[in-house]
Design a protein around this ligand. Structure first.
Ligand code: ADP
Ligand code: ZN
Ligand code: ZN
Length: 673
């Protein structure tokens, strides 16, 4: 006997309560995850519509207590059918339950709150500017990319394109023209952006062409707004949706193009289970809709560029800045020399000089620090002891000047100790700069100058991003300080100086992508300077001025960087040359966790020809009292790793071994477990 799990009411909440039905023999070959069916429901056994989310050959409920599926219906709701199919793909590919995968793709339930106009949060000035802006005429370089794309599109060619365009080369205008072409044929477009902070300005630019047929989707929207977004998309009132990776799950019937802007950004990889990458889902979704995918970046991910070089993606190049102007002049400042010269400030002498010059000249500056919170870890200068979270095994951070320290993983909080817990020295304190410290320093140096700061702490409420960006764009603030949030895609013509406070920070992570992250952060940050009439200058402060990623970022030489980096990946069999599957086992019981990681890795080693690394304790050995163990599998063929994952899932299911353990999978991890 075959059974199907059916959800009756297709919504996020209904997914928790699937009902089991018997599949009549004659329907066996017709029913799969995603099939729409009519089933008898409730006391009166009235026929209701439902969706199959899983089939199996066993059921916990005796057959005589079960009803049978009545018949299969051809789905009227193409969008929902596609999303269910996508959920099934995610489950298979990444290792997750169907329920988790469905929760990811399905819209939230209708809330009681009333509707709100999608346009009300723009200032009048911005709206007027958007209307007044005359149509941009593409330059020759942009035009040739768009016309090649539209020619292929009209010939029915669908594939993935990668636009490698330097910062300011006008990629957004290119996306817009491609999308206009596709939308004019009655199709819909999905535009992914890496950071909520970019929503405001991206949407403004798209509104010029698509008016109120542009919708946005992101986590700062209330549940009601998200529901409205989905309904408007379903009703065909939307042509273009802009948002983070979750915008992929907009219920569109006929997607024609999916754009991923700043495709190199790590935010496209989900850090929650299932750990999917937006690029892979976009390509899958595009194949289901017969759509094209367009990736764009000034610093393409090594993964994508490698695929383009191999011919999997078609590569387009934009090598000139659209508004004329040249790439900024970059200087590397050796911080070791600063210390030798007795300068203990956050700012090198050169950066201080340039700040002074630009600010007095009425221009704007951006200061970038790749770090969260007020200050880094608290340590003892006498003995080197670092204050760590007792639950998570990571250093705690001083926070918000409240004299307290907090663990960013579990939230554990303590007052900053007055003396070192180990050697009792009073020389204990925070010693690395945070964005707030930079802000205070700037305010001290330039008391009458407007300063805004953008980081996780200043942008926690709705509207915060927009307010900060508006203050800077209008010129009310002359200095913008921020974390990686400020380096992505912003277009501020009056910025002539970019200061990268500590270029090394991202080199320090114990991750094979450290150089790539560093190169891209510096190049992108530098690209914010000199977008207007004045040339831009960039100061890169570092303790490692000879590092190749820093050196090549300063000369903005992507190809040279790629060639050096890919050689390193080849030697180490790292992605994209090889693929990696990270497997993490967590448990409150350290012995049980260790035992399972040991057995599971041994089992998969016998069953698969992937190379095994580990098992060992994870880099962060404990979070929230859960012990963490990891091992890695490497293989030159991704399918072999997916198969290895299947083998492990089966092992876990059959032996019922996991008891107190949890197992997580991560393909080509962005952040190590
Ligand atoms: P990118 O995304 O490649 O960094 P943008 O699309 O933000 O570049 O473009 C940079 C600036 O150049 C924007 O202000 C944009 O309006 C302008 N721009 C782009 N293309 C053109 C064009 N063909 N003519 C005039 N201005 C352009
Ligand atoms: Zn000490
Ligand atoms: Zn903790």
């Amino acid at each position: 006997m075959r059974y199907a799990n059916i959800i009756i009411n297709i919504s996020h909440e209904a997914v928790d309560r699937p009902f089991t039905y018997i599949i009549p023999e004659e329907l066996e070959s017709d029913i799969h995850p995603g099939t729409r069916v009519m089933v008898p429901f409730g006391r009166g056994s009235k026929l209701k519509a439902g969706y199959c989310i899983a089939v199996s050959d066993k059921s916990d409920i005796p057959d005589d207590k079960l009803k049978s599926i009545d018949h299969v219906v051809l789905s009227q709701d193409a969008a929902a059918g596609k999303l269910l199919e996508l959920a099934a793909f995610i489950k298979e590919q990444y290792g997750s339950t169907m329920i988790t995968a469905l929760k990811l793709v399905l819209p939230v339930k209708k809330p009681v709150k009333s509707r709100k106009s999608a346009l009300t949060d723009f200032s009048k000035e911005d709206l007027d500017n958007a209307k007044a802006a005359s149509d941009i005429v593409l330059n020759a370089e942009q035009e040739s990319v768009v016309s090649d794309f539209t020619r292929e599109y009209d010939e029915g060619i669908r594939r993935t394109y990668l636009i490698h365009g330097i910062t300011g080369s006008g990629k957004t205008e290119v996306y817009i023209d491609m999308i206009r072409h596709v939308v004019s044929q009655g199709k819909q477009a999905i535009v992914l952006i890496p950071e909520i902070a970019l929503t405001y300005q991206t949407r403004l630019r798209f509104m010029k062409y698509f008016g109120d047929r542009v919708s946005i989707m992101n986590s700062t929207l209330a549940q009601g707004e998200r529901y409205d977004h989905c309904m408007r998309a379903k009703e065909g009132l939307v042509d273009v949706v802009i948002g983070p990776r979750s915008a992929l799950f907009t219920p569109f019937e006929n997607v024609g193009i999916i754009v991923i802007d700043e495709e190199h950004e790590p935010t496209y990889k989900s850090e929650n289970m299932p750990r999917y990458h937006a690029r892979d889902i976009a390509i899958k979704l595009a194949s289901m809709h017969n759509a094209s995918v367009v990736l764009g970046s000034a610093t393409p991910s090594v993964d994508s560029y490698y695929r383009a070089m191999r011919g999997d993606y078609k590569l387009y190049k934009l090598s000139n800045r659209a508004l004329g102007g040249s790439l900024p002049k970059c200087e590397i400042v050796d911080l070791r020399e600063e210390l030798k010269a007795g300068n203990r400030s956050i700012f090198s002498r050169r950066l201080t000089h340039l700040l002074d010059e630009k600010i007095r000249g009425g221009q704007q500056a951006m200061l970038f620090l790749n770090r969260r919170g007020y200050a880094g870890f608290v340590s003892c200068r006498a003995c080197g002891t670092v204050i760590k979270c007792p639950h998570c095994d990571v250093s705690m951070s001083e926070h918000r000047g409240a004299g307290r320290m907090v663990c960013h993983y579990c939230g554990y909080e303590i007052p900053i100790p007055k003396k070192c817990p180990k050697c009792e020295s009073k020389l204990i304190g925070s010693f690395k700069a945070g964005t707030e410290q930079i802000e205070n320093e700037i305010k001290r140096m330039f008391p009458n100058v407007g300063v805004v700061r953008m980081d996780a702490d200043t942008t926690s409420r709705k509207g915060d991003y927009e307010r900060i960006l508006r203050e800077f764009k209008s010129g009310k603030a002359q200095v913008l300080i921020g974390t990686q949030m400020i380096v992505k895609g912003h277009d501020f013509p009056r910025v002539t100086l970019v200061g990268i406070i500590a270029a090394d920070i991202s080199l320090g992570s114990s991750d094979y992508r450290a150089s790539e992250r560093t190169f891209s952060l510096i190049t992108q940050a530098a690209g914010r300077a000199g977008r207007g009439d004045f040339p831009g200058e960039v100061v890169i402060q570092t303790y490692q001025p000879d590092n190749f990623a820093i050196r090549l970022a300063a000369t903005q030489d992507y190809e040279a960087f790629f060639n050096e980096e890919i050689a390193y990946r080849e030697i180490g069999s790292y992605p994209p040359v090889s693929d990696i599957l990270a497997v993490m086992i967590t448990s409150k019981d350290a012995d049980a966790g260790f035992m399972l990681s040991d057995r599971l890795s041994n089992f998969v080693k016998i069953k698969s020809d992937a190379t095994l690394i580990g098992p060992s304790r994870a880099g962060i050995g404990k979070i929230n009292d859960y012990h963490r163990f990891v091992f890695y599998l490497k293989h030159s063929d991704m399918n072999a790793l997916v198969k290895a994952k299947d083998i492990m899932e089966e092992y876990i299911e059959k032996r019922d071994l996991i008891g107190k353990c949890h197992v997580y999978f991560d393909f080509n991890p962005m952040n190590p477990f």
